[in-house]
Write a protein that binds this ligand. Sequence first.
Ligand code: AMP
Length: 402
Amino acid sequence: MSSFKTLDTLADDMAAGGIVLIRADLNVPLDDSGAVRDATRLERLLPSLKKLSQNGFRIGVLSHFGRPKGRRMAEMSLAPIAAALSGLLGQKVTFAGDCIGDAAQEALTSLPKGGICVLENTRFHGGEEADDADFAAELAAPADAYVNDAFSAAHRAHASTHGITKYLPTYCGHAMQAELSALNAALGNPKRPLVAVVGGAKISTKLDLLGNLSTKTDILVIGGGMANTFLAAQGHKVGTSLCEDTMLEIARTIMAEAENKGCTILLPRDAVIAAEFAAGQSREICAAQAVPEDKMILDAGPEAVRDICAAFDKAATLIWNGPLGAFEVEPFDVATNSAAQHAATLTREGQLTSIAGGGDTVAALNHAGAGKDFSYVSTAGGAFLEWLEGKKLPGVSALSHH
Ligand code: AMP
């Protein structure tokens, strides 16, 4: 991390009035009326924008939005997001109808010092996802410097996250810095014991994650539907539960490798079962080895939650990805809620550094009312997971080549 140039360095390097492009992630969910449903990603961008504005730079915001696949599509315009950003900043934010060419050039050069302009969706051009060098040069053309503040897009080598860094001095934004330091605390150089929770539906989508975490953590808690596959791999019957029968051998390999590396895999000792996955079912509990043939596991049981909370009590660092049960449907949210609330309490008390992210995790922790107390909750889905899988992210690597 120390090799990245930050916004403080940019303030020293460039005079007021210089044009800086900041790669943001404005890809926020909208409701049917076109209003921003969750502004978390925009809010995290504000510190960088405010700092750049205070330095008197002219600021162009680059981002993708949706998957227009190189075509101009009105419903994927960033214009409404520019308006939302303006509201959050309490400052005028202009909008340019293209991210390259005359439209971008004119919009940026006509900004006052400290002014901000959102440039239209980078993915309206095929060159973006192709990481095309000519397109990257066109993006860079009006600017004097480039800032990447979009960790959530950093797993993709696209022109606006990667190619552009060949043409402009490159800096790391505040939100990107915060994300990288949280990830470093989680997996780069964690305080031990290090506990990870991996939950969610299937192991087939999380093989690389389980493979990497089982070699790096001290305790790996496996929850959610994927725990069923591990229980089945140990020879237990799991009734009508979600279970990936083709993954049993892989689950056994993960368990063996974890043991070799001194990582304890914690599987649920008991389970909450029901006849079907539907709301309002009665909350029956059974031992994980005694699931009736006609019932399915939909949540971890109270003994399992006690084990998980005891693991958190011993831990200095916690990484969390995925729910412990089918948390969207009551009463199958109890294990996720209880464990998340315990982690939140330990974090508040200063005993635990807790880092969470990926897929449904943010929704699950917020549902538990615990997200706000975690040390860091990543809004990046794929990029967060790829980092936990031990992969190098092109958008992050590109930051240190300058
Ligand atoms: P993922 O996207 O892989 O993190 O999986 C999240 C999904 O897993 C959520 O929608 C949960 O409802 C689901 N899930 C968790 N536990 C179970 C379970 N025991 N049976 C079925 N689905 C589950």
